[in-house]
Design a protein around this ligand. Sequence first.
Ligand code: NDP
Length: 488
Amino acid sequence: MSEKKKKLTTASGIPYAKHEDSMTVGPRGPILLQDYVLHEKMAHFNRERIPERVVHAKGTGAFGVFRVTHDISRYTRAKLFSKAGNECPVFVRFSTVGGEKGSADTERDPRGFAIKFYTEDGNWDLVGNNTPVFFIKDPKKFSDFIHTQKRNPKTNLKDAAMFWDFLSLNPESMHQVMILFSDRGTPYSYRNMNGYGSHTFSMINDKNERVWVKFHVKTKQGIKNFTGPEADEMKGKDPDWAQGDLVKTIEKGDFPLWTMKIQVMTEKQASEFKWNPFDLTKVWPHSDFPLIDVGEMELNKIPENYFRDVEQAAFAPSHVVDGIGYSFDKMLQGRLLSYPDAHRYRLGANYEQIPVNRPLNKPSNYERDGYMRVDDNGGDSPNYHPNSFDNIEADQSYKEPPLKMESDVADWYDRNENDDDHYTQPGILFEKVMTEQERKNTVNNIVGHMKGIGGPKREEIIRRQLGHFLKTSEKLGKAVAEGLGVNL
Ligand code: NDP
């Protein structure tokens, strides 16, 4: 028995006969205005592109599952973490940061590592990177910083002078610079890298007690990186290398795994911590704040449609569920605003109704209407609160405990010296954590990139940056200077 064929239809479901030939006056004559199918095809094609993400444009994603393996309910009342054995579906998007949607996967860049946990209490998004720190600690600098990763306004070329000019004028970037120019700046694949929530978050337990928390997502495939030259070679050979790697391995049933761990700091420990615990350019040393096991994540399904699920995926650090909260991390506070704002621009005010962004539970609130409202829009229920008709309550059990703050409101330029210590942690990374081979590669990667600095300010920029390298580690500064042929 032959399968019944589907009819070709317009978007409004009207079957039509001719898909390839336009309606004309005679076989050689002009096209008729009334060929609606032609208009629909052309008009829809013209509207296929939505704005590219300003950052993290090139990405790939997969669905999977998160399993709680250890009980952390002493720290959090999040329902997901109420007991070991709990599970929830996840969607993960990996990405590079600075390049356009068509840029190469093996560019030297941090990698985005964004996880959407579809929990019974709504969606929790852990929107991190493969690095535990970031280049800057204040969101007011973000657009300037990103501009330096983009193209020169005149030449439309990537410009090492812009990049190092900004970094050398912002030494808080040093920690992330060291990680970026180590071979971790060019991961072999998305499967072979860790993810970090990076920011400090909070957890609140059922006694309404708060602790500060960092999230770590560790690859079970092992860390594997390209060296600088290997990554450069792969840019030309297969610019979509990491996308291909994820698709191919998952489709053959080799599902990548990560473990989730947390570090926990009490409010008292935070007040005594040497550095600012909310500073995104610093980590919490493992020896002081050991990793605590939480769970395991497996990715096991490539979306059947890339645009539907990956291009329209919208993650926001503002999406936290009860039992997990924000912190004073300035970068986190900036992202609470900027991520949903970006989604409203790219996808519209109703972006959370797009299937990949929809929570498992049905949202109930008084937001109505707007472009592309495609759910029941609240049906005939009241569109205001309080009202005498519906049965929706603001549940007081979701209230967070108060947090005491005593400080003056000001533009705080002066911080204590430990807050502005940009060099100790990257120095430890270079001198104590890296192997001799990693140190060599890091120096070569830095030298190779800085050699690209051109223009009238070349020497000034190089000397300023060398000053920061020397403060991080004398060995590092001298090796970079030697590589660049600069006499110190
Ligand atoms: P530890 O020796 O306990 O931890 C060192 C960490 O460094 C490990 O997590 C390791 O990751 C990671 N690492 C190794 N090589 C690199 C690299 N090239 N780039 C980035 N990370 C790397 O020491 P501490 O906790 O006292 O931290 C020492 C330094 O390690 C920090 O100053 C920081 O630069 C770096 N680091 C610290 C992290 C933290 O959260 N404490 C997290 C990541 C880096 P892995 O487990 O994959 O081997």
